[in-house]
Design a protein around this ligand. Sequence first.
Ligand SMILES: *Cc1c(COP(=O)(O)O)cnc(C)c1O
Length: 238
Amino acid sequence: MTSIVAALRAVRARIADAAKAAGRDPASVRLLAVSKTCPASAIRAAFEAGQDAFGENYANEMAEKAAELSGLGLEWHFIGPLQSNKTRIVARYCRWAHGIDRLKIAERLASQRDASLPPLQVCLQVNVSGEASKSGVPPDEAVPLARAVAALPRLALRGLMCIPEPTEFTSLLRRRFALLRQLGEQLRAEGHALDTLSMGMSHDLEVAIAEGATIVRVGTAIFGERDKTARTGEQASQ
Ligand SMILES: *Cc1c(COP(=O)(O)O)cnc(C)c1O
């Protein structure tokens, strides 16, 4: 597990360097460790190295790990596409949900979030790549969706999230991330108190930070390559 500790340190250094290069305070960028497919032991190792926020995108898998690690007080973020039959799990275990792209899902979360818990912190996923990606609300529908979600109880709309299409072209990536930032600015100009841009992963976090990311979601660079053949029934259906 020392490799996880070293990898975490390296990722934190990348974040700090990218923030400084962009003239930003490194503390303005939060690291979300994406632990999907990782065993609870790996999460524990990262926790012992000072990491407390973890991202998962398979609800049943997250629920198992959250139960197993409940003594640690970890902060769970759901970052995947969310189906109606999984909202109850997210409403119960998560502090954050990043992949909201339909009002119906947000309404279910709002009605299922227990009043004894703090509001669920929400980011809307925007499809910044157009045809090339299927998840996320189209950019021109993001503002009306944000207005509707902001009006729901038990949820706190915090910002926007995106996953650009894979590309080697930094200039294209920059444009995708810039679009998310501009949509966030537009919503702020309308009076929404958004403070979050959830963007950037293992291979592109520097570009995302240059465009204003406040949460980077990093899996592979911390936990290593995932076994892509180890698909559960739940994953196969998503
Ligand atoms: C898996 C995943 C990540 C992390 O990707 P890496 O390339 O492993 O860093 C980030 N965001 C989402 C939504 C993911 O599903």
